[in-house]
Design a protein around this ligand. Sequence first.
Ligand code: NIG
Ligand code: ZN
Length: 407
Amino acid sequence: MTQTIIYEASEIVVGPGENGLDRVDGGAIAVEDGTVAAVGPTEEITRAYPPENAVRAIDASGQAVIPGFVDSHTHALFAGDRSDEFEAKLRGVSYQEILDEGGGILRTVQATRNASEAELLDRLLGQLDAMLAHGTTTVEIKSGYGLDSETELRMLSVIKRADDTHPVDIVPAYMGAHAVPEGRTTDDYVKAVVTEQLPAVERQGIAEFCDVFCEEGVFDVEQSRRVLTAGAEHGLTPKVHAEEFVRLGGAQLAAELGATSADHLLHAEQVDIDALNASGVTPVLLPGTAFSLGAEYADARAFIDRGASVALASDFNPNCHSPSMGFAVALGCLEMEMTPAEALGAATHGGASALNRSDSGLGTLHPGAPADLCLIDAPSHVHIPYTFGINLVDTVLKAGEVVSDGR
Ligand SMILES: N=CN[C@@H](CCC(=O)O)C(=O)O
Ligand SMILES: [Zn+2]
């Protein structure tokens, strides 16, 4: 028996195709065993999969169906509250001035070290509820607010427990090299990451990726190379925070190491784009960060026009306090000259490639892909950026099961 059939949708966004993003107007989608069995025009699909024979039949008249968002870059697990820094930034204090005075990441580190595992889990589950309600069905979450073995492992353990209990799939990334803890030199701390934290992270066996903040005043290219090379020796795939505030060389490092993604890239140049393309590194663009910092946006057109398949992610963190992928899509269109189809593709199958998960069809609704999808209260995907500031996500299915009913 067909598990679920969704029919009469105004539009179904299927995934990348010959002309960009394939869509079906007046479409239906059949789900069996948690995956997409068939997608196409309603008449054709309902003939093969009659709604009366399905366990669940959803009339999607007036609604569009899109793949669930794949948010490939977040720091969603943290304690504390940095809304006062938001006000300071509005008064003109810079992100790096705040960090230099022990605020920013270092303040979240203090709060996270002081939080119990139960408190952290409770907080993360709340964030995941918000993400799911906004249509995110897969999210990458980094550690990096511990900066010592004990708290980094605690963060990863909380990420795993949340993944085990919450419908949103979590991809765990270790980011001990997120900042240099107070009282340590950078080289001394890199040594601790390489000789103490990484072996412990490997023994724990939760993290899949290793990320580093390659940035002026944080970790330089050589230090970042040491962290990522050691991470790879401990079984972790590299990712790089690159060219966020200045052009330091993180993108070239990502290309050299064959990283899965290079993220931020606000100051990347043509040669960096070409190097990333040549090495198959997915560029992850984070417009919410530029928006909240009042910074220049990454040049999405330069990437796309050079043939890169970019990802858009939320970068949800205490400095960019929105987990909404719909908002990232709106910024992609309104501030980065992306078309709605490009932005939605970047937020779905683009995210899957930034997490090494394209092979499963994640981020698409092609037959065989996981049935992770959202019904939205609008007739087409164009309404997602067009109706910025409003959450259009109604029902969400994860692996074919209804996990959020839009209420
Ligand atoms: N740039 C470094 N890390 C985060 C910010 C984390 C924070 O400010 O707490 C980012 O990706 O934007
Ligand atoms: Zn980040």
